[in-house]
Design a binder for this molecule. Structure first.
Ligand code: SER
Length: 319
């Protein structure tokens, strides 16, 4: 069997830090090259400092480690992006174009590019938003993802580069903290519940968004990347569903375990972003092409989140 060597950019991030461990299990620690703009002592295995806006450094690392697959997770998310639109466009686009060019020149086998529900805009149907609905994003982050999806398809058609992509919902996991996203509240709320403090939510109580439990998000990524090439019919990015809920509903789910837990609301600009996104998406293409099926609903997720965060907290308490 051919030896695969994987490069993960943005490995320190919310998804990266969990995906790396899963890929290390599959491919072996020596075959997963983790990278980020800052060092990270939490990884076993190989780590390289990499700012992906530096195409030459990227090219050097790809050659040095004989990379065959790239998972490009480095990006600025939706809420941070709105605070610095031009820089967000520059970073998100320049990094991805560098990945596509370097991958083509070095004949990389497969590239993973995370897209997002943020590609959709206010005009899209809120419920079960179709895969092929016209994309009119409201944020710079969403605009960079739409452009990225189209560049992915372009490189596939023009250079036969096997780029695969998912439109992630908000990702919720106990292992890592998100940063700069609009859906981050749904991770933060568990930390507050555990600390036994009220949670102040920046989204409206009934602002329903598509979400996914981390384990499902990681499995979707691995299943998509392992699917036979001829099954991948969507070369922009697949809609991907896990569950959907509002702040009120996640609070209710937490109250089943912590009845005294309270949520209050202080709406900010992130609610405007969320109001332009779907409440759920139609992921029948993912189901058909590579048999996607989520495993976790909101109450199962709440139980695991609280159990795992409790156990992490107790390990961290120094006696
Ligand atoms: N979770 C992301 C965000 O909130 C959306 O892809 O920005």
């Amino acid at each position: 069997m051919k030896k695969e060597n994987l490069l993960i950019t943005g490995a320190n991030g919310q998804m990266g830090s969990v995906l790396v461990k899963e890929l290390q299990k599959i491919y072996g620690e020596d075959h997963v090259i983790t990278s980020d703009i800052r060092t990270n002592e939490n990884f076993n295995g190989i780590f390289e400092i990499l700012d992906v806006t530096d195409g030459n450094k990227l090219n050097d690392l790809v050659k040095k480690h004989q990379i065959t697959q790239i998972y490009h997770l480095a990006a600025i998310l939706s809420a941070s992006g709105e605070l610095n639109p031009i820089q967000t466009w520059d970073v998100n686009m320049k990094t991805f174009l560098n990945i596509l060019e370097v991958s083509t020149v070095n004949a990389i086998d497969k590239v993973f590019f995370p897209s997002s529900i943020a590609v959709f805009g206010k005009n899209a149907p809120k419920i079960k938003t179709p895969q092929d609905f016209v994309l009119t994003p409201s944020t710079v982050y969403g605009m960079s993802k739409v452009a990225g999806e189209n560049w992915a398809q372009y490189y596939f058609k023009k250079h036969k580069l096997d780029v695969r992509s998912l439109r992630y919902p908000g990702v919720i996991g106990h292992q890592s903290l998100p940063g700069g996203g609009t859906t981050d509240y749904a991770v933060d709320i568990y930390h507050k519940a555990l600390a036994k403090v009220d949670f102040e939510c920046y989204l409206k109580n009934d602002r329903t968004l598509p979400m996914i439990y981390m384990e499902d998000a990681i499995r979707a990524t691995v299943e998509l990347m392992m699917a036979p090439k001829e099954n991948i019919n969507v070369r922009t990015a697949y809609n991907l569903s896990g569950m959907s809920f509002s702040p009120e509903e996640i609070a209710t789910s937490i109250q089943k375990i912590y009845p005294k837990f309270k949520i209050k609301y202080k709406i900010d600009f992130r609610d405007e972003i969320a109001s332009s996104w779907p409440s759920s998406t139609d992921d029948s293409s993912a189901k058909k092409d590579w048999s996607w099926k989520p495993h976790f609903d909101i109450d199962q997720m709440t139980e695991i989140m609280i159990t795992e965060l409790k156990s992490t907290n107790s390990k961290n308490i120094k006696v």
